[in-house]
Ligand binder design. Sequence first.
Ligand SMILES: *Cc1c(COP(=O)(O)O)cnc(C)c1O
Length: 448
Amino acid sequence: MVTSGTENNLIANTTNSATYLSNTVKGRTSWNIKTTTLAKKTINRIRGIVESLKISPNPEKPMIPLTIGDPTTFGNLKASSETMKAVLEAVESGKYNGYAHSQGHEAARRAIAKYSAHQSSEEIKTENIFITSGCSSALEYCILALAERGQNVLLPRPGFCLYQTLVEGLNIEVRYYDLLPEKQWQADLQQLESMIDDNTAALLINNPSNPCGSVFSKEHLENILNICEKYYLPIIADEIYEHFVFPGSQHIAVSSLSRNVPVLSCGGLTKRFLVPGWRTGWIIVHDRGNRLVEVTAGLRNMCCRILGSNTLVQGAIPAILENTPQVYFDEVIDILHENAKLTYNMLKQIRGLNPIMPNGAMYMMVGVNIDKFPEFKDDLHFVQEMVNEQSVFCLPGSCFEYPNYMRIVLTVPREMLEEACSRITQFCEAHYKVDNSIIESNLLNETY
Ligand SMILES: *Cc1c(COP(=O)(O)O)cnc(C)c1O
């Protein structure tokens, strides 16, 4: 009979569980529920750092948070009407209430392939596109599919802290390669190359960069590709700020230059379409010579963990990508570029600060010459006291593994940014010290 095998199994299983029971219940005498290493080690640095600051904003000055990475917070930057309409239509059609393919709706993936055609000289196939819950989950899948315990990945410093959050919980070693402020935040390639060993699973690049706002040149990308080719190293490219560059700069997708190095490009609607809450991102696998066959299958498996992202937005993706007019993007870029110029021009006049003009994205890094502010121990202390005196809050560089800098978000309304910069000026003028002898006595009195 067909069932006999199954029945035998059942009997065997029953016997097994009986054995387990008698052997393992002895220690279960009280509640002792533990969480996992992964859960324990999944830590967002920014939260920890911000919570460690002793912040009480000056009640006489309204708070200006230049920390908030969500560009929709202040209401000055809005999703396009085409974007909103596309979702309304997806809802009204009633066609997107069910599960989609776990990699995403075919039509949405076709639209992403077309929208991303510039990323490759080869045709992008829909089977190589994975729609994910935000770019964050795209990055997570790439890391999970490429690296595991005992291996290492190379991450940029300064860099988006999510990378570390995703990697460390998995007991994967993080190796930071430096971005060089004096070279427009290009990667220190010599150092990067020296970090590669047999256990290096991937190089992660973020272009344009959060927090630097920098954009890699073609030549620099080619140099990176040459190193990866030499060591057979795949690239995870966080390109969530693709196209998000100021006039005069150009964003080049690293995959478009790659002949032999496989690239996993992570992108999404979040930043360019100004809908972070919609949690819509994607991975585009740019294989070169079938080197990622196994990894692509691994990504397919990953997608089965949560059965894909929100289908309503997936239903809207084709219309969003096709109908949003260029003028919409140009206006957003224009606002950010104007904000960047204003901030740069005001901050570069301040003694002790060294702003670095970005070429894209939504951020500016500002060097803080902490020796010139002897009352403050470090960048954390500096930003803390700036909130307490001036109610202007910037994220300290330490959040990005890069002390003695602070990051300014450029998406706040222009008037607020201008007010913030003038308060930063006041703050710096009040605390800047030329003479070192004053420093010593102050240091002794400081108890921070
Ligand atoms: C905002 C951001 C993301 C995350 O995007 P989500 O789509 O909101 O998950 C990823 N990488 C960088 C560099 C970002 O700034």
